[in-house]
Write a protein that binds this ligand. Structure first.
Ligand code: GCB
Length: 596
């Protein structure tokens, strides 16, 4: 079952959906006086704001503001929904949110990038406008995921000297980043979760469907898939069926076939609820050092990305997404990683539809196991919730082939500036064993990985199914010495292969590159240097059959905090500029990938 009610809302004959995004009222509340003053009824000095959008690029005084802010709108509940159960769903509030409906608190939630839901029928008025108020703050606190830098800085912020201070290398955009919707479901039993698992038997697809319905539903239902139909008999809210698709078209990049699947609750001839989704029939597995899609070895080509664009910040930007998928196709990428947090649900739909493989990551970036044990305990609880929410949200997407539970956790000095600290390495082992087991419990069908930092404790990789590493030999170390960097990389890959015998993915490698800056011979920050760096890494991987993927850092330039190593508040490691123009590197990657 899906206790968080995260089944994506949809409109059909039994259910309703109303997007209440758009222009809302906004007010920052640095003194945190609004709640006592009743701002959940009306804001004293409102300015317009866009939902979904980050607030940071819209107002000068909001640029670096990460404190408490209020969002407020007034809506009419559609009269036709009166007999149904009504919910409010917030797609992403970055980071902590509290929600009022007509003055009553209906939800609180921690963590951005993932949806949360509150049932609001009892608070709604049907003969008057309803006031929806949401507070959001993005304080960088030690116990959060991602963690804040805590006292005296630390983490990446300390190294980069970034402002606003973060433990990670991207701008801490804040606000309501995805749509806010109202939806309704039948007052009698409704479908509250569907879990689809697919296997392949010869040329047939075998589709297992588990359904959960509310209120301990004990009636009948059915599943329809590809013209075939099977009965469902519910007991205590649960039912399960297995369907066979003869001579199925399996989902893969290049042939991303989707089959429509509909689950219905039925009381005799009368259907009382239904829910539809598009499924892909495919398998994903690890065998030795190979990643197998539908039983065939697959090698990932692509990038780490960001949800990042001028003005909209981290807010849902559908034109950006459609353009990015077009550029992924153009450059010959078959995959990307959702660095460093879950991406929009529409982005996952597009990956299914366009045949793009996704490494799907929770927002666990900047974990440092030298931090106090209380902080680690809080982060474990929060990361576990984020995993539960992410898997509940994305488990039915064929495009998600790998769960990633952390990016560059630290257990000592960065970039091999010294050996790992044994106590920190052990704390990390305990943390990741629990996280790994929880991930496998929630979803036994997908492999799990952790993305390791250069110089970090290698034993952590032993826990996971796939070894993912970020490496910057020839940039952060061996600066200006591409050949030396390449030698170190080749040696380390061979060591990792003999130690683990698992698939290895370089999940990040890249160099900051100012577009239009050139040098012969290649020099750091130039377009030539980026190409020569990428060429060496790709060549080394091509010579090693155990390499399962290469993800360039980054798809596009992106906004960071301000600091001495981030010119103009940007990370310039994109193959494309922030406005999606190709650098030389994009053309180079296309020459290597597009004909594969
Ligand atoms: C990393 C991080 C990524 C940074 C990148 C860089 O290892 O995972 O978030 O942006 O390095 O450019 O330094």
């Amino acid at each position: 079952s899906n206790p968080m009610g995260l089944l994506r809302p949809q409109q059909n004959a039994h259910r309703n959906l109303l997007d209440i995004s758009g222009l809302w009222d906004f007010q920052m509340d640095p003194g945190e006086e609004g709640e006592a003053a009743g701002w959940f009824r009306a804001l004293p000095m409102p300015r317009p704001i866009v939902v979904p959008c980050s607030w940071n690029d819209l107002y000068d005084d909001a640029r670096d503001y990460l404190g408490l802010a209020w969002y407020l709108t007034r809506i009419w509940a559609p009269a036709g929904w009166r007999a149904q159960r009504v919910f409010l769903r917030i797609g992403s509030a970055n980071y902590a949110a509290k929600v009022w409906v007509n003055g009553t608190v209906v939800a609180e939630h921690q963590g951005g990038h993932l949806p949360f839901v509150a049932e609001i029928g009892p608070q709604l008025g049907w003969d008057q406008p309803n006031v929806i108020a949401i507070t959001v703050e993005n304080k960088q606190l030690l116990g959060r995921v991602p963690p804040g830098p805590g006292e005296g800085g630390g983490g990446v912020a300390g190294v980069l000297g970034g402002y606003p201070a973060t433990t990670y290398d991207f701008f801490p955009y804040a606000g309501l980043h995805r749509q806010v919707v109202l939806y309704s479901v039948p007052a009698e039993a409704h479908i509250d979760d569907v879990t689809v698992g697919t296997t392949i038997e010869g040329s047939d697809g075998v589709v297992n469907v588990r359904v959960h319905a509310s209120g301990g539903y004990a009636g009948q239902g059915r599943v329809r898939l590809n013209g075939a139909e099977t009965e469902l008999s519910f007991q205590a809210g649960s039912a399960e069926a297995t369907l066979r698709v003869p001579s199925a078209r399996f989902w893969a990049p290049g042939s991303p076939h989707l089959y429509p699947l509909t689950v219905t609750l039925a009381d005799g001839q009368r259907s009382t609820d239904s829910y539809s989704l598009e499924i892909g029939i495919r398998t994903i597995a690890v065998r030795g050092s190979q990643l197998l899609l539908n039983g065939q070895p697959v090698k990932l080509t692509g990038f780490g990305k960001h949800e990042d664009f001028p003005l909209s910040g981290r807010g849902l930007n559908l034109p950006m997404w459609v353009r990015d998928y077009e550029l992924l196709r153009w450059v010959g990428a078959n995959s990307y990683r959702t660095t460093h947090y879950p991406y929009a649900e529409e982005a996952m739909d597009l990956a299914d539809r366009l045949g793009v493989l996704v490494i799907n990551e929770i927002p666990a970036v900047g974990l440092n196991f030298e931090d106090p044990p209380e902080a680690t305990a809080q982060r474990l609880a929060q990361a576990t919730r984020q995993l539960q929410e992410l898997i509940a949200r994305d488990k039915n997407h064929p495009s998600t082939i790998l769960w990633n539970v952390a990016n560059e956790p630290m257990g000592g000095p960065l970039l091999g500036g010294g050996p790992p600290v044994p106590e920190a390495a052990e704390a990390g082992m305990r943390f990741f064993r629990q996280i790994y087991d929880e991930t496998r419990r929630l979803d036994p069908t997908r492999p799990v990985t952790m993305v390791g930092v250069q110089g970090g404790p290698l034993e952590w990789h032993g826990i996971f199914d796939v070894v993912c590493i970020n490496r910057y030999y020839g940039w952060y170390t061996q600066a200006g010495r591409l050949d030396e960097g390449a030698e170190t990389l080749a040696r380390e890959l061979d060591e990792l292969n003999s130690r683990f015998g698992k698939p290895i993915i370089i999940a990040e490698f890249g160099t900051d590159t100012i577009p239009g800056v050139h040098a012969q011979p290649a020099e750091m920050w130039t377009e030539e240097y980026q190409v020569e760096f990428l060429r060496r890494y790709l060549d080394i991987a091509a010579q090693r059959p155990f390499m399962a993927g290469m993800h360039v850092w980054n798809f596009a330039d992106f906004k960071t905090g301000q600091g001495t190593s981030r010119a103009a508040g940007m990370n310039f490691k994109g193959a494309f500029t922030r406005d999606r123009r190709p650098k030389m590197a994009a053309h180079f990657l296309r020459s290597r990938w597009a004909q594969l």
